[in-house]
Design a protein around this ligand. Sequence first.
Ligand SMILES: *[C@@H]1O[C@H](CO)[C@@H](O)[C@H](O)[C@H]1NC(C)=O
Ligand SMILES: *[C@@H]1O[C@H](CO)[C@@H](O)[C@H](O)[C@H]1NC(C)=O
Ligand SMILES: *[C@@H]1O[C@H](CO)[C@@H](O)[C@H](O)[C@H]1NC(C)=O
Ligand SMILES: *[C@@H]1O[C@H](CO)[C@@H](O)[C@H](O)[C@H]1NC(C)=O
Ligand SMILES: *[C@@H]1O[C@H](CO)[C@@H](O)[C@H](O)[C@H]1NC(C)=O
Ligand SMILES: *[C@@H]1O[C@H](CO)[C@@H](O)[C@H](O)[C@H]1NC(C)=O
Ligand SMILES: CC(=O)N[C@H]1CO[C@H](CO)[C@@H](O)[C@@H]1O
Length: 701
Amino acid sequence: MELIELFCIICFTALCTAIDESGIPKPAIKLNTAWSQVFYTERVELSCTVEGSSEWNITWFRDSKEIQADHVVLSTDGTTLSIPAASVVDAGKYMCEGQHKNRTLTPYKSDELTLKVDEIPVPSVALQTPWSAFFTSESVELKCSMEDSPDLWTYTWYRGGVSLGSEGSDLTISQVRPEHAGQYTCTGQLKGRPVKSEHSKAQSLEVKEIPVPSVALQTPWSPVFTSESVELKCSMEDSPDLWTYTWYRGGQEVVQEAAVSFGSEGSVLTISQVRPEHAGQYTCTGQLKGRPVKSEPSKPQSLEVKEIPVPLVALQTPWPDVFPSEKAEMNCKMQDSPDDWTYTWYRGGQKMAVQEPGVSFGSDGSQLVISSARQEHEGEYNCTGQLKGRAPVTSEHSKPLSLSVYDKKPTPELIQDPGHRKMYAKESIKFSCKVSASSGWEFHWFKDSAKLPNQGENYTIPSASYVNAGAHRCRATRGQEPPFTTDSNTITINVEERPRATVTLLTGWSEVFSADRLDLKCEVHGSEDTWNYTWFGGSEQSPLSFNAKHPVMSKDVNQSHYSCMGNRSSRPLYSQRSEPFKTTNLLLKRRVLLSISGCLFFGIIAVFIGCIVMRITRKPVTSEDKPEEVNLFLTRAELQASDVAPCPLAEYVSDEEKPALTKDAEDIDPVCHESTPLPLSFSEVEAETSETNGGLKSFKY
Ligand SMILES: *[C@@H]1O[C@H](CO)[C@@H](O)[C@H](O)[C@H]1NC(C)=O
Ligand SMILES: *[C@@H]1O[C@H](CO)[C@@H](O)[C@H](O)[C@H]1NC(C)=O
Ligand SMILES: *[C@@H]1O[C@H](CO)[C@@H](O)[C@H](O)[C@H]1NC(C)=O
Ligand SMILES: *[C@@H]1O[C@H](CO)[C@@H](O)[C@H](O)[C@H]1NC(C)=O
Ligand SMILES: *[C@@H]1O[C@H](CO)[C@@H](O)[C@H](O)[C@H]1NC(C)=O
Ligand SMILES: *[C@@H]1O[C@H](CO)[C@@H](O)[C@H](O)[C@H]1NC(C)=O
Ligand SMILES: CC(=O)N[C@H]1CO[C@H](CO)[C@@H](O)[C@@H]1O
């Protein structure tokens, strides 16, 4: 509009001037281009017209100086002045003057025409977004424009100086890719005029791959237990704050719920009370704030959720039933990694006090020791585990363990079989120790407070002897350090020797000379009871006879040894066997004795008769001269005083050699009278007690 207006004004003034000055035409100066604004390098044409122009010579002036044709191009008639490429020097006030060719007229000047030559403006490139860094697939819009009258221009885009072949003020890249990055410039081209601007300042365009966020478990441990709190963090490595995040579990978007919450912009996922269904593979994506840029999902982070295990209570001591003062020990343990837990104990539903007298817990509570059980320790025990350093993780109660405490110590019962307190040698005795309650007992045996080597519930004496007499007691123990101990009642037994049988010779001296058999008798001394007897001959074990008396015939010389024993139906059931009675050569000796004694007898008679004869034939002598009469018949006292055994019979009958004879002599009645039994020789003389050595008793005073 402006240009048109200007143009009209110029025309009008030109017309007016043309008819001015009363007939002398006035040259009219005029810009031939349709625009008044001329840019550098543009071609400019000015014309100067006078009526009847052919008669006029035209002269051009700029700033009152005549223009020389060397710089500009004038048409042949001079009416047109053209500047092929305008520059600063071409700007100025233009004027033309007409000089009539034939007539001398005062040259007539045109009006002044001011020509301005403007610099070609440079367009500027602007991003339509406030950011210049783009992520792949984002859309980018660039705008190129001239500051003034942008509509007069057309624009051309360049990246890195290379034309993109695209015109228009707006450059749009709908899905930007990394190769779109670069320096963007544009130039302006004046519409319809060959005016081309310089390149604009470059606008750099950065294209980045969309980053992928990463997920990290903030909780320092994995796996986590049910009810624990878990924190997961999702973030971009670079400028994480530009993003908002979305969480996925196993590909499904995680939504907010009672236990699940998100931190600002979703970067932190908090599960306050984790449950098994929260386990899975967590991924997240980032969403650029305010821009439709969405990242690929992160690498998955797995969240493992374990059920809190339940501990097990186990009895460490072998018995669930204990006695007062006995020790009981139990422990509470998780099957897996028990050291990660501490434990709490409950008895009968009540949490146990830390300082219960008589009860101690291990450092982590896994052990419960009742050093000395009491009635109040009875009950059902169970426990829970708490994860160390992760306090809210508490297990369920374990299965209960029941501990019962007896109200008193048991007393073992000592039983003797057979139950006689008075026992006889070689009898077998069996003691049993019985504890009626509970189990696991070990037994120890004591006699007169001395420990016996026996262990086990039974203590058997296969063949009693006097060393087994005494107070017997058993002790039941169980457990260790110190063992629980309880003592039984005491049974005192006596072990007596069995009465000994003795063999006596019934046959008297007088009969010895007449009879040809010896009668032996068996007796059991030290017992008034009646006995049945059994006789044994020689070394044979089979009995010979069963009567109290046993005859030995002279023809039985081979059976030199006879012994007997008592046997009955009440205790003691049998006696000790007697010492063997030797009858070797007894009958033979008797015959020899008979002849010796006969000789002796007749000898004595002869001496006696001789004495009488001497007494009669010789006179008596005085008492002083009288030699001491030989006392052939010693008194009993005299005989006793003498050490020499005077009884020739006894001496002879004895089987013993001379040295043995002196020994035997002490026991042998030196006076040989009718009732004196023949001295018996034994294979060995035992140092028996006087009572049992019944066979010799009759020889003593
Ligand atoms: C001017 O002079 C030329 C020749 O010199 C002549 O031909 C022409 O007619 C003249 N014009 C006028 C108007 O006198
Ligand atoms: C363990 O003890 C608690 C409290 O005494 C009780 O409520 C619970 O039933 C017990 N647990 C089991 C498994 O018996
Ligand atoms: C102990 O004796 C009883 C019978 O008195 C018997 O039943 C038991 O088996 C015996 N024990 C041993 C260990 O021998
Ligand atoms: C006595 O013993 C002898 C040999 O030692 C033997 O020949 C004889 O038959 C025995 N007599 C009797 C009665 O046993
Ligand atoms: C006891 O005597 C009877 C006969 O009276 C006999 O049969 C039995 O063998 C005897 N016992 C012993 C141990 O000698
Ligand atoms: C001796 O033996 C007989 C028969 O064997 C028996 O009847 C009797 O009771 C026994 N006497 C004693 C004292 O044991
Ligand atoms: C009056 C005058 O100056 N006339 C001139 C016009 O131009 C022609 C050709 O250039 C000249 O020859 C005349 O002298």
